[in-house]
Design a protein around this ligand. Structure first.
Ligand code: ATP
Ligand code: MG
Length: 177
């Protein structure tokens, strides 16, 4: 579903990687290992098309849903652990807004629209809350934590709540930085 070909990337005058080629198929689990500063997060950014490589291509099956857990998360507001795990206060409205924008532009056949639609449907599903609770339990949360403000939890727990949300969406490709 993901093919990386001949990727080269330099940052700040240093070549992070070159001639990098690999592919990821459905069901694969791949670990990317390297010292701090080696370029792992940079590679994720390239796969997500947030950064342009110097050379090379990233090809993704057109209709895949990608879930991404960044290494450094945005700061958290007032939302509860369940709010984070369901995406109901931030991600769902954000997806709705983006869908409306694309609809207004008549851009409803592009991969971005279809992916946003699939994510929106997954989070908007009547089973989403039940699934979120199941994921949270599986990741070690107690029922009594579900309604606690997420910012009372440690960074590692907030990361797990964000992971729960990704698991609720059941992406085809899950990128965990
Ligand atoms: N905008 C930038 N300009 C110049 N250099 C950058 C820029 N962004 C990242 N770098 C450099 O690119 C290198 C790779 O960074 P990256 O964050 O991808 O590494 P990493 O493998 O994810 O490291 P870590 O294990 O610490 O997360 C680092 O040396 C970093 O300083
Ligand atoms: Mg990194």
């Amino acid at each position: 579903m993901l093919i990386i070909r001949d990727l080269k990337m330099s940052l700040g005058g240093r070549t992070l990687f070159e001639n990098a080629s690999f592919s990821v198929n459905y069901g694969d689990r791949v670990a990317l290992v390297g010292p701090n500063g080696a370029g792992k997060s940079t590679l994720f950014s390239i796969i997500l098309k947030q950064k342009e490589p110097d050379t090379g291509v990233v090809e993704r099956d057109e209709w895949t849903m990608v879930g991404y857990l960044p290494q450094e998360a945005e700061s958290i507001g007032e939302e509860s652990v369940m709010d984070v795990a369901t995406g109901r206060v931030d991600e769902l409205p954000r997806l709705e807004k983006r869908l409306h924008e694309l609809e207004a532009a008549g851009d409803v056949a592009c991969p971005e629209y279809l992916e946003a639609h699939a994510k929106h449907d997954a989070l908007n599903d009547s089973q989403a809350e039940i699934k979120a609770k199941k994921m949270l339990r599986g990741l070690g949360f107690r029922e009594t934590d579900f309604d606690r403000p997420a910012r009372e939890m440690s960074g590692g727990w907030i990361m797990r709540a964000r992971l729960a949300r990704l698991l609720v969406m059941e992406p085809d490709l899950l990128l965990l930085d």
